[in-house]
Design a protein around this ligand. Structure first.
Ligand code: BG6
Length: 496
C-alpha cells in the first residue's frame, strides 16, 4: 500500500549512510510502487553542492549501491523529486531557508505539509538540530499534517547522556514524533523472531526455563573497523553493538507475548524484559563480561593488521572490538537460564544467530551412550547469512547397535520466498511514513539498555585492559570468551 504524501529531509545528505542505505532503500520503495507521487527528498549538508550536482551524485551512488540496475523510468520519476540545501546545522538561516524550501516543495508536489526529518548526522548535532527545527516552527503538527524525526544511532554514550538527550529532545518533540532507529529491527529475519514465536503453536509452550538450558546470541563480523576508527575509538563493541542490536535480539527472543501488535504494546513488553536483566555488580563484571581487541591475523588467507594500527586509532588503544556477556533475566519464564551474548570484529565468519539450547533428556535409555554423547537440541535462528532456522537433534545411526548421530532440520528463506535483497531500511522508512513506531525504540527501551551496559563500561574504564590485543584477527575472540561457557559446562554453538 502506498504511503501518504510527504517530504523526507535528510540531515547529513553527503554522508555514507545516505548513499549506502537511505537512497537505495527509497529507490527500492519506489520500485515496489510504495511511494506516492506527492513525494520529495530534500538533502541538507554542509558541503556546498547544488541540486544538480546532488542529483548526479545520487544517480552515481544508485548505480553503485542499489541492488537492481537503475531503471530509466524510475530515475525520471525520482530525479525531479531530489533537492539539496547547503547549510550549517548550527546557523538559524539554514532553518529559514529550509522552511522556504519546504513550502516550495510542498506546493510543487502536493505533500500536504507532512515532513519526515532524518538525522543521519553525528549524534553531537541531535539536540542542536531539534532545537533549531523547533525554533523555526518546523516540527509543529496539526490535525492534518505530521512531522516526524528519525534519530540514527548511537543514541547516547551511557545512561546519563541518553537520559539527557531524551530530555532535551522531549522539550521540543512529543514521544510520538520521535523514531529512534535500530537497523537490526529492519531486518526481515529479526522481525521473523516475533512471527516465529507468536505465530506458531509449536514452540511457545517450550519457550521457558522448564525446557531451555540456555540461549546464545552471536553477532560476529569479519570486517575490521574499516574507516570508522574515529568513531569507534570512543565507542567499542559494547556500545556499538550490544547496547542496541544484541539487546534488541535478546528482547525479541525473551519478551512475553504483547497484548497486540501495536507499537506500545510491543515496546512495553520489551521494556519489561530489559528491566528484568539483572545488573552486573563490579565483581560480576570481572567474571561475566569479557572484552577483547584484535591483533594481527589472517582472514580468508589474507593478512590483516591489528586494531591498534588501523587509521585514526590510538597505538595504545584500550577500546574493545569484542565483547561477551553472561546475563540472567530475573523473571518467571527465564529463572536460571543464562543468556550468553557475544559480538566482535575480525572474527572468522560473518554470522548472526540466536541459538537456543534445550535441556537434555532426564535419563538415558541407550546403554552404550553417555550423556555427553547426546546431541544438543539446538534451535538456531540464523539472521545472516543463509537466513533461516534450523533444529539440531539426535537420530539413530543405521546399524545393529543403538548409536546416536546429530542431524539437522533446515529452513532457508532463499528456498521458500523469492524476496529481493533489501537494505533493511525500507521497512523502517516506510513504517515511519505511515506512523507505525513498532520497530523503533521508545525512550525507556534505550535507557534500559544503557542501564545494563553502564556499570560494565564503568568497571572497564576504571581498569584498563593490560593484555590487549588479546585475540588474533580470524579467531573466535579471546580465550576468556570460550571459558565463559566452558566454566558452565557449555560451548559456543558456532565456533569451528
Ligand atoms: C552498526 C555498527 O550499527 O552495525 C557497525 O556501528 C556494524 O560497527 C554494523 O558493523 C553491523 O550491521 P550489519 O547489518 O552489517 O550486521
Amino acid at each position: 500500500e502506498v504511503t501518504g504524501p510527504c517530504i523526507i529531509v535528510i540531515f547529513g545528505a553527503a554522508g555514507d549512510l545516505t548513499k549506502r542505505k537511505l537512497i537505495p532503500a527509497l529507490h527500492n520503495l519506489a520500485q515496489n510502487k510504495l511511494l506516492p507521487d506527492a513525494f520529495a527528498i530534500l538533502g541538507i549538508g554542509r558541503t556546498s553542492t547544488q541540486t544538480n550536482a546532488f542529483r548526479s551524485q545520487i544517480h552515481q551512488d544508485l548505480q553503485e549501491f542499489a541492488a537492481d540496475a537503475l531503471e530509466s523510468e524510475l530515475w525520471e520519476w525520482l530525479e525531479p523529486r531530489l533537492h539539496y540545501l547547503a547549510g550549517n546545522f548550527q546557523a538559524p538561516e539554514t532553518y529559514q531557508q529550509l522552511a522556504a524550501q519546504l513550502q516550495q516543495l510542498d506546493q510543487a508536489f502536493g505533500t500536504q505539509g507532512n515532513v519526515l526529518f532524518y538525522f543521519a548526522t553525528a549524534p553531537t548535532f541531535f539536540t542542536e538540530i531539534t532545537q533549531q527545527l523547533g525554533a523555526a516552527g518546523l516540527v509543529q503538527e496539526t490535525s492534518d499534517q505530521w512531522r516526524r524525526i528519525i534519530f540514527e544511532k548511537p543514541f547516547g554514550q551511557d545512561l546519563a547522556s541518553a537520559q539527557r538527550l531524551n530530555q532535551e529532545i522531549g522539550q521540543v518533540l512529543t514521544e510520538s514524533q520521535i523514531y529512534r532507529i535500530d537497523h537490526y529491527l529492519g531486518k526481515e529475519t529479526v522481525q521473523n523472531i516475533l512471527v516465529f514465536r507468536f505465530g506458531n503453536g509449536l514452540f511457545e509452550p517450550v519457550w521457558n526455563h522448564r525446557y531451555i538450558d540456555h540461549i546464545q546470541i552471536t553477532v560476529a563480523e569479519q570486517v575490521g573497523v574499516e574507516s570508522r576508527g574515529g568513531y569507534y575509538e570512543g565507542s567499542g563493541a559494547l556500545r556499538d553493538m550490544i547496547q542496541n542490536h544484541l539487546f534488541q535480539l535478546l528482547a525479541l527472543t525473551a519478551m512475553e507475548p504483547p497484548v497486540s501488535f501495536e507499537a506500545d504494546a510491543v515496546r512495553d513488553e520489551k521494556s519489561k524484559v530489559l528491566k528484568a536483566i539483572e545488573p552486573l555488580t563490579a565483581e560480576e563484571v570481572l567474571t561475566c563480561a569479557v572484552r577483547g581487541q584484535y591483533g594481527e591475523g589472517q582472514i580468508k588467507d589474507q593478512s590483516v593488521s591489528a586494531y591498534r594500527l588501523e587509521s585514526r586509532v590510538s597505538p595504545e588503544s584500550n577500546t574493545e572490538t569484542f565483547a561477551a556477556l553472561k546475563l540472567t533475566i530475573d523473571n518467571w519464564r527465564w529463572a536460571g537460564v543464562p543468556f550468553y551474548l557475544r559480538t566482535g570484529k575480525r572474527l572468522p565468519e560473518r554470522v548472526s544467530e540466536i541459538a537456543i539450547q534445550f535441556k537434555h533428556v532426564p535419563s538415558l535409555l541407550f546403554r552404550e551412550t553417555s550423556i555427553d554423547q547426546l546431541t544438543d537440541n539446538f534451535l538456531v535462528l540464523r539472521l545472516q547469512p543463509n537466513e533461516g532456522i534450523s533444529l539440531q537433534f539426535g537420530a539413530k545411526v543405521p546399524g545393529p547397535k543403538v548409536r546416536m548421530g546429530s542431524v539437522n532440520m533446515d529452513f532457508c528463506y532463499a528456498n521458500f520466498f523469492d524476496a529481493t535483497p533489501t537494505t533493511g531500511y525500507e521497512t523502517l522508512l516506510y513504517d515511519c511514513m505511515i506512523g507505525d513506531a513498532t520497530l523503533f525504540q521508545r525512550s525507556d527501551n534505550v535507557e534500559l539498555g544503557w542501564q545494563v551496559i553502564t556499570p560494565i563500561l564503568d568497571v572497564w574504564s576504571a581498569l584498563p585492559s593490560r593484555d590487549f590485543p588479546n585475540y588474533g584477527a580470524g579467531s573466535w575472540g579471546p580465550q576468556a570468551a570460550t571459558d565463559l561457557l566452558t566454566r558452565d559446562g557449555r560451548q559456543w554453538h558456532s565456533s569451528s
